[in-house]
Design a protein around this ligand. Structure first.
Ligand SMILES: NC(=O)c1ccc[n+]([C@@H]2O[C@H](COP(=O)([O-])OP(=O)(O)OC[C@H]3O[C@@H](n4cnc5c(N)ncnc54)[C@H](O)[C@@H]3O)[C@@H](O)[C@H]2O)c1
Length: 273
């Protein structure tokens, strides 16, 4: 008989809710959703009530959620991500991290902590394509990784760095807002943080991975292009993201990528790098 993987989700927003529904609806023969925790308890209660009649999935705190779970899925915030990963791994739990930007400063500690506790960490590719080829190419050697992100000027509303340095209203042509290393991009563009962080962690690091961010009045999707130059291949990918129906800050593909990662963990046949 298959032993069900017990899953706990931290953060019951757009991503956490989608994952929870997916686990209950489509992974029942391989996994079991055992706990939900949100810093706003009413969000965990609401989701729990939607998924089970008894509403018993809510955990009173993070430690209780970790205790109940084999896999902890972090879908909360960059600020909380490292603490959630650290405490889960220290208890020997597997962890899937969505708020990747919150982990980059701890990328050296992470593998050692996981190894010491016989645990694993998963970072879904998110809203970009090409991570599979990048990982393979990096074994022979990658010279260059450049991420070019294009978004509608409206997507930069409220971004402090942009509002301080640019006037985007009435923009008639593409405007380059940033060009530099991923380590700096994640500081100035927190909402781009996860894509740049996954790319940086996957191969040559946050200081060598380059990022360009462009405001374009001609696009209404979040477009990420990735250029990779390596000993094995020259790779170029372009992903035109449709926004998540419940959270316009999140790309739909990022949520689906987390579900696909979960499938990789659970299913006996694993396709792709
Ligand atoms: N890896 C990727 O490709 C990718 C893509 C999009 C978003 N993200 C990241 O995933 C995370 C979740 O995204 P979302 O769209 O679901 O956001 P959301 O705002 O819809 O939901 C986040 C939820 O987490 C809760 N939360 C915040 N801090 C918490 C804490 N310390 N403990 C417990 N719960 C807490 C909030 O109350 C909220 O309910 C964000 O950090 C976001 O940046 C990652």
């Amino acid at each position: 008989m298959v032993k069900l993987l017990r899953i706990g989700i931290v953060g019951c927003g757009a991503i956490g809710s989608s994952l929870a529904k997916e686990i209950v609806t489509n992974f029942g023969n391989l996994a079991s959703l055992v706990a939900l925790f949100d810093i706003r308890p009413e969000k965990a209660q609401f989701l729990s009530g939607k998924l089970t009649k008894s509403g018993k999935l809510c955990a009173a705190n993070l430690d209780i959620l970790i205790k109940r779970s084999d896999l902890v899925i972090e879908a909360s915030s960059a600020k909380a991500a490292w603490e959630i990963a650290r405490r889960s791994l220290s208890s020997g739990r597997k962890v899937m991290i969505m708020s990747v930007g919150g982990i980059v400063d701890h990328s050296n500690e992470l593998p050692a902590l996981a190894l010491k506790n016989n645990a694993q960490v998963y970072f879904p590719s998110g809203a970009i394509s090409g991570i599979d080829a990048l990982k393979a190419a990096n074994i022979a050697g990658v010279k260059k990784v450049v991420l070019t992100t294009r978004k509608n000027p409206n997507a930069f509303k409220g971004v402090e760095y942009v509002e301080r340095n640019f006037k985007l209203s009435g923009l008639k042509k593409d405007k380059l807002l940033f060009s530099g290393k991923a380590a700096d991009a994640v500081k100035y563009f927190p909402q781009n943080i996860n894509v740049a962080a996954v790319l940086g962690l996957a191969a040559i690091g946050m200081n060598k991975t380059q990022v360009r961010i462009i405001a374009s009045p001609y696009v209404n999707r979040n477009i990420h292009e990735v250029l990779i130059e390596s000993k094995a291949a020259r790779i170029f990918t372009r992903t035109e993201n449709i926004l998540h129906p419940q959270n316009p800050k999140t790309s739909y593909l990022a949520v689906l990528s987390a579900i696909a990662t979960l499938k990789q963990i659970l299913e006996p046949v694993k396709i792709g790098t």
